[in-house]
Design a protein around this ligand. Sequence first.
Ligand code: NAP
Ligand code: MN
Length: 276
Amino acid sequence: MIQTKYTGRKRIAMMASRNPKSEAVYEQLFKGLKEAGFILTSKQPDIVISIGGDGMLLSAFHKYEHLLNTVRFVGVHTGHLGFYTDYRDYDVEELIENLKMDTGAKISYPVLRVILQLKNGEKLVYRALNEATLKRFSKTMVADVMINQVHFEQFRGDGLSISTPTGSTAYNKSLGGAVLHPTIEAMQLAEIASLNNRVYRTLGSSVVVPKKDKIAILPKHNDRYSLSVDNKTYVFDNIEAVGFQIDQAKIHFLATPKHTSFWERVKDAFIGDVES
Ligand code: NAP
Ligand code: MN
């Protein structure tokens, strides 16, 4: 019998978190994919496999964000089922089979573009898969919040978070924000402990703004602020404004039969099987 090998010669990069379970999955995948004829390389990959949790996929996203238009991601979770991960550690054989049959199908979700304007005229641009958060280091953050050209409110509190639809189940959810289906192209502004009394007033609830809209936060005081983008935190003393919008580019995931329904994931992660 003639064994036909996969001839597409797709380039696959793998990233694993540092624990025995992830490392075992890495070894198993490496061996299986090599045997199947894939090129295993961290340079210019077509597919990136992240092994670990959702946090690991965030790291993989940032490592390859410059290739966002051409790369597809797939996540293997070594714990419970994650939001960015379709496979579990015991599904490795199935993942290899699905990769062999892969025809390039993808499922795409919005990412956030963060534009940081510094007082010295410098402009820095970041991309977030989950969210970006602005906080003042000491004392209450006072900032003007603009939505498009409208001065929406003056915020007082710990900070503000702007999340993507897929990030809505992360920090945003802890802040009381709504869970958004990832096919909704929008971003969500959520307050972090806003001050609301007879003097200070903010909306108090989170807002969901459409793709074409832009949000800007202008901190009032010349002080030290932290800007967190997913799992990284940057510190600045000279922020003029931070702008947020849905990016032109999207994140692409490998669309496989294993891609479970978003609502199933939300239920699995936050509700579970409650006895009635
Ligand atoms: P971490 O503290 O290790 O991760 C925080 C938790 O969030 C982990 O359990 C992670 O899942 C989960 N998670 C990540 N993305 C998610 C998503 N889109 N939906 C649902 N759960 C998600 O930190 P990290 O691994 O560096 O991740 C950074 C993220 O932590 C940030 O993007 C932010 O969303 C989140 N965070 C949350 C809070 C909060 O809820 N109070 C505060 C700060 C940051 P895994 O275990 O599968 O990795
Ligand atoms: Mn984590």
